[in-house]
Design a protein around this ligand. Structure first.
Ligand code: GUN
Ligand code: FE
Length: 457
């Protein structure tokens, strides 16, 4: 395992700083400072490349990536429920509102037991890192203690994370065994976790606290208002669910006479640091509002197939200036892999474009102009997620954290076959997004620190 802080890395790097375009840095050099941030980047064609290489070599700080392997930015999972990991791959056959009451709230309630939390949170953080998720925006549970533990585990494992104690106090929608005791308890618990993260001696900016109203149905107005005040005060991130399904979209309309987006905005919860999960049913006006506030959407296409009654209109949102990243939405989505999420993003967009009901004539079956391809999915899973979070991750550029994966097509158990004489650089990335698996992710770094898999270089 190599710690890359203070080192100069020689290799081929792929990233997609802008939507819809790839930037391939073949035989480039990236120099990290002692904190693991990118201090300099030299393309092979840059005048200073040779000298930078010679200097690093002379200092003994040059680290060469193995031939045939290449480096990607780490993946940003923009929406994930940490406590739902034990349920991954199960309970997918009932609608959202039943799934919450019958399966998910009973599971989340078990995190009152800190030993249970330690076991499952520990496994999740390790599994995510080895799958290439270097940043995760987590929902925890209502429990303050287990939420603090998730913060500790991310810091220990070296995962960049944003963690929220879930606020849910509405007795009409949340069962007595799993809700905040009162609005005041929800707010003081949120503040306590924010303070805990800020004062954590080993944090050094790796983990951030998040105001996390579960979604409008779970929260009383007092909680939504109070969280809005906390956010105005501390400038922390916000994470919630927005217009996810027919039922959920309809709930806000009937309670407030406006959409989730407008209601959240009225409560001061629509900021540049807000991430709205799903948002399948947002209107064009909602998109304008979200874009104007600079908030982001976590598109969770696997989960949407089970719980959202629709495909998120990704292209339309991007064209309206909405910042978008991708999320697994564990366990609404039955995979922890951000590679799988990218594939489903592409597939779902194709289904939206062509439509899915063969009994309809082709011209009435779908929504033309909806498709996205691997380059955009890759952008969203990396740079898009980083931009939505307002964090310097997801691309290789000066000042950004070096959060990265080493992909080895020749790894043991590889599902990625590169054909040298047929695959150009873009083809290699396309194949990676579409066919690579955990076996191909042979090293993972967060801020230059080796955090998983630990292969050769
Ligand atoms: N809406 C409220 N809670 C949840 C949750 O845990 N998962 C999903 N997908 N939607 C939600
Ligand atoms: Fe969710």
């Amino acid at each position: 395992m190599t710690d890359l802080r203070g080192k100069t890395i020689a290799g081929t790097f792929y990233h997609a700083p802008e939507a819809g375009s790839l930037d391939i840095l073949a035989d480039a050099l990236i120099r990290l400072d002692d904190r693991g941030d990118i201090a300099a980047l030299h393309r092979s064609s840059d005048a200073g490349h040779g000298e930078a290489r010679a200097t690093a070599l002379a200092k003994g700080s040059l680290v060469e990536m193995p031939t045939g392997s290449f480096v990607l930015p780490g993946f940003v999972d923009l929406h994930i429920h940490a406590p739902q990991y034990p349920q991954l791959g199960k309970a997918l056959n009932v609608p959202l509102e039943d799934w919450l009451q019958r399966h998910t709230f009973p599971l989340e309630a078990r995190y009152a037991d800190v030993a249970f939390a330690r076991r499952h949170y520990g496994a999740l953080v390790r599994d995510l890192l080895s799958g290439g998720t270097t940043t995760a925006l987590y929902f925890a549970t209502v429990h303050e203690e287990a939420t603090r533990l998730l913060v500790d585990l991310c810091i220990e494992a070296g995962q960049r994370a944003l963690v929220g104690k879930v606020a849910m106090d509405n007795p009409d929608e949340c069962p007595p065994y799993y809700r905040d005791a009162s609005a005041a308890a929800a707010l003081s618990g949120t503040r306590a976790v924010i303070d805990y993260v800020a004062a954590h001696p080993d944090n050094h900016g790796l983990v951030h606290a998040v105001a996390t109203p579960r979604f409008i149905p779970s929260c009383t107005d007092a909680v939504l208002e109070g969280l809005g005040e906390i956010v105005a005060e501390c400038g922390c991130h916000v994470q919630t669910h927005c217009s996810e399904s027919d039922w959920e979209h309809g709930y806000a309309l009937s309670r407030y006479g406006v959409t989730d987006t407008e209601a959240l905005d009225r409560f001061g919860l629509m900021t540049r640091r807000t991430i709205l999960a799903h948002s399948n049913f947002i209107t064009p006006d909602d998109m304008d509002r979200i874009g104007a506030r600079g908030a982001g959407v976590a598109h969770c296409p696997l989960s949407n197939a089970y719980f959202a009654n629709s495909v998120f209109p990704l292209r339309a949102a991007l064209e309206k200036g909405v910042r978008v990243g991708l999320g697994t939405d564990i366990s609404g989505g039955p995979s922890a892999s951000m590679l799988e999420v990218q594939r489903m993003t592409i597939a779902a967009s194709r289904m939206l474009e062509t439509g899915v009901d063969p009994s309809l004539p082709a011209e009435r079956r779908g929504r033309p102009g909806s498709r996205v391809d691997f380059d955009l999915a890759f952008h969203l899973a990396t740079a898009g997620g980083g931009a939505a979070l307002d964090l310097p991750v997801g691309i290789f550029a000066e000042g950004y954290h070096f959060d990265a994966l080493l992909i080895d097509p020749a790894a043991q158990g590889s599902t990625l076959r590169i054909v040298e004489e047929a695959d150009d650089a873009a083809g290699v990335l396309q194949k990676t997004i579409n066919t690579a698996s955990k076996a191909n992710i042979v090293a993972v770094w967060v801020g230059g620190r080796s955090v998983a898999n630990g292969a050769t270089p």
